[in-house]
Design a protein around this ligand. Structure first.
Ligand SMILES: Cc1cc2nc3c(=O)[nH]c(=O)nc-3n(C[C@H](O)[C@H](O)[C@H](O)COP(=O)(O)OP(=O)(O)OC[C@H]3O[C@@H](n4cnc5c(N)ncnc54)[C@H](O)[C@@H]3O)c2cc1C
Length: 616
């Protein structure tokens, strides 16, 4: 509960009150002769911290609390209870809970990664609004702007770059805004007569993808393009562009956005779609989360569901460096000739111990077709026992697509592939993939990504790729995410994604390579949970060296903003290429004073890295 009190009015608070009086905008409008235009937001030189005299007084916070129906909360570290716990059992339980991504998501002061060496450590905001309505969000945006606060927006908290946490800030936390509604014939506001009605789903911005998948696929038998990880937030993923396992078939998630409701820096609730505020609509389809406003609702197109989704999983061990180089070439050729099309997605990891781990998924094919396709590849491997061993036998499976996100089905038939949210009273439709388990609470040493051009698959260039990849693995393992490059997708999906700000190098890339690594969760100040900074930095260097090897053969390396390097150089070019100048102009139009700040977000070059002090 928020603490109430009575507060004498000081000069400072009088001025603050005055600045919020409703008459001022009208007066400004009259003086400036610009009907309806709001006074320009002040462009602060620096934002206010709790230690500053200008930090809002308790009475102001209390007023905000009343405006948001009592949903202003004091944000605490998820380990607040750890330090006060009286026994080891209680302390162990807190650490165990923090291994559950749904539990982490339910903590206003926690993030899904615990930090990144020399970049950021997860830090709770001072206060947070546990928003339930668009009005709550409006109140938070207005309060932050009027009081010159550092504002943070958090959905499900998966940002690798730490965009959803900052010390000394006010948090708008959308976790409780998670309704999902389906439509048979959706037409965006203002689009009547311009766009045909189509099946769609409206998702509140705090929902996780599993909430959308359950409603759209399990319950309604349709498909919506989202992300692979079930606990990722809908709004965060879409604003970065968003890749699902089958993006070569269904395009980027952002390209499927039909409409959004967004609260901009001036506190206005705006609709953004192809017909209304189309510039803002374009910007939020990949311009990065936390930069243009707070999204409250998103409407996404839904599609017909394929009959089956399936997977091919295998691990092959090469017996020497030379054999591993051959294996890389063998697999790259196999990919180019048989898998480089809309049926296939997900990953192949090329590991430093000369292992190839294949985790590919497919849609639109029968299991027998997939077996026929892969048999020759596995036969070739088996016929060279002097070079290779099959470390884990190939598994090829297909399941009815409607069951793919059905927690009951998965618990029963594929229990090794999923972890349920086993907390008492938790939703029984919530699970996370075992493949994502290693990332929970991770403390990152390094994490980098680059799109790989399809030209490197051609006969005359493919040796360059194989050599670079082999050299990279001498430093660190590299994973190709084939679903995160759009080369090989249909012309329609590419055209739809072209109408988003994502760096156009994605259209001629057959994959995104991700090279990353980290250690267990880190909680500075808690004995035994401190980071090993020296080891982390050494590993960061190796990760960097691995990516350098690959980038040697990639002329214009671009990187995916949602899964990228905190220290990315020329990040504007890397994330958005020629689209950055347009994004910046839209940012200036809707957020001229820079209320919304995230690390390496559009317009963030105007601020110090902590987002507190303006430098331009
Ligand atoms: C384990 C894991 C798996 C992943 N898998 C995939 C994948 O398969 N495909 C893929 O494309 N990406 C994937 N990602 C990356 C993911 O898309 C991004 O991290 C995404 O930004 C997370 O969104 P979130 O809401 O969970 O995170 P948050 O940290 O809450 O938000 C991310 C950013 O968006 C902003 N934001 C959040 N909500 C709003 C809102 N309502 N309005 C305005 N801004 C907002 C935040 O301020 C922050 O800057 C994965 C990440 C992790 C950690």
């Amino acid at each position: 509960m928020f603490i109430r009190g009575s507060f004498p009015m000081t000069r400072k608070s009088f001025l603050k009150r005055l600045s919020t009086l409703p008459i001022l905008p009208a007066l400004w409008s009259h003086l400036m002769g610009s009907a309806g235009a709001a006074p320009p937001s002040p462009s602060p030189a620096s934002r206010v911290r709790p230690s500053d005299p200008a930090w809002p007084e308790p009475a102001a916070w209390e007023k905000l609390n009343q405006a948001v129906g009592g949903r202003l909360i004091k944000v605490e570290s998820p380990l607040a209870g750890y330090t006060t716990a009286t026994n080891d059992t209680a302390r162990a339980k807190i650490l165990k809970d923090l291994q559950n991504p749904f539990y982490i998501g339910d903590q206003p002061g926690a993030t899904q990664s615990t930090g990144w060496v020399d970049a950021w450590n997860s830090a709770p905001s001072v206060y947070g609004i546990a928003a339930q309505t668009t009005d709550d969000v409006v109140a938070g945006v207005n309060f932050a702007r009027t009081n010159n606060l550092r504002l943070v927006v958090k959905g499900a908290g998966h940002s690798y770059l730490g965009g959803s946490n900052a010390a000394d800030s006010l948090l708008i936390w959308t976790r409780a805004m998670n309704k999902v509604d389906l439509h048979n014939a959706f037409v965006g506001q203002g689009c009547s007569g311009h766009a045909a009605p189509q099946p769609a789903v409206t998702v509140e911005s705090g929902a996780m993808w599993i909430d959308a998948y359950h409603a759209v696929t399990v319950e309604a038998g349709r498909y919506v393009q989202g992300g692979g990880c079930t606990t990722v937030g809908v709004a965060g993923l879409i604003q970065g562009g968003g890749f699902g396992s089958w993006s070569k078939k269904f395009g980027t998630a952002a390209a499927g956005l039909l409409e959004a409701e967004i609260v901009t820096a001036d506190g206005e609730v705006r609709i953004a779609n192809a017909c209304t505020n189309p510039d803002l609509f374009w910007a939020i389809k990949g311009g990065g989360g936390g930069s243009f406003g707070v999204l409250t609702k998103l409407t996404l197109r839904t599609r017909d569901l394929p009959d089956f989704f399936g997977a091919v999983v295998a691990t092959i061990q090469a017996k020497s460096d030379t054999a591993f180089r051959d294996l890389i070439r063998e697999f790259i050729d196999f990919y180019r000739d048989h898998l480089f099309n809309p049926h296939w997605g997900e990953t192949a990891s090329f590991r430093g111990n000369n292992e190839l781990a294949i985790t590919m998924v497919f849609q639109g094919l029968a299991k027998s077709q997939v077996e026929n396709l892969w048999d020759p590849f596995f036969d070739r491997i088996k016929k060279s026992p002097e070079k290779y061993t099959i470390a884990s036998d190939p598994i090829i499976l297909a399941i009815p697509a409607r069951k793919f996100w059905d927690a009951d089905f998965l618990r029963k038939y594929l229990p090794q592939a999923v972890f349920p949210d086993s907390r008492e009273g938790a939703s029984d439709k919530h699970f996370w993939w075992a493949a994502d388990n290693g990332q929970i609470g991770k403390y990152w040493y390094g994490y980098q990504s680059t799109w790989i051009p399809e030209t490197l698959l051609t006969e005359d260039q493919r040796t360059k790729l194989v050599d670079a990849l082999f050299s990279a693995t001498r430093h660190w393992s590299a994973t190709f995410h084939f679903n995160k490059g759009l080369a090989g997708a249909s012309p329609e999906e590419i055209a739809a994604a072209r109408d988003t700000p994502m760096n156009p190098t994605v259209f001629t890339a057959f994959a995104l390579v991700i090279i990353g690594g980290g250690g267990p969760p880190v909680y500075p100040g808690i004995p035994g949970q401190e980071p090993d900074v020296t080891a982390a930095r050494q590993n960061a260097q190796k990760i960097g060296q691995a990516m350098t090897e690959l980038r040697k053969v990639i002329p214009n390396p671009g990187s995916y903003v949602n899964e990228t390097n905190y220290f990315e150089e020329s990040w504007q070019e890397s994330f958005w290429g020629p689209n950055y100048s347009r994004l910046k102009a839209i940012k200036k139009k809707y957020d001229p004073a820079g209320l919304f700040f995230v690390h390496h977000g559009v317009g963030s070059e105007a601020w110090t890295p902590d987002g507190f002090t303006r430098r331009i």
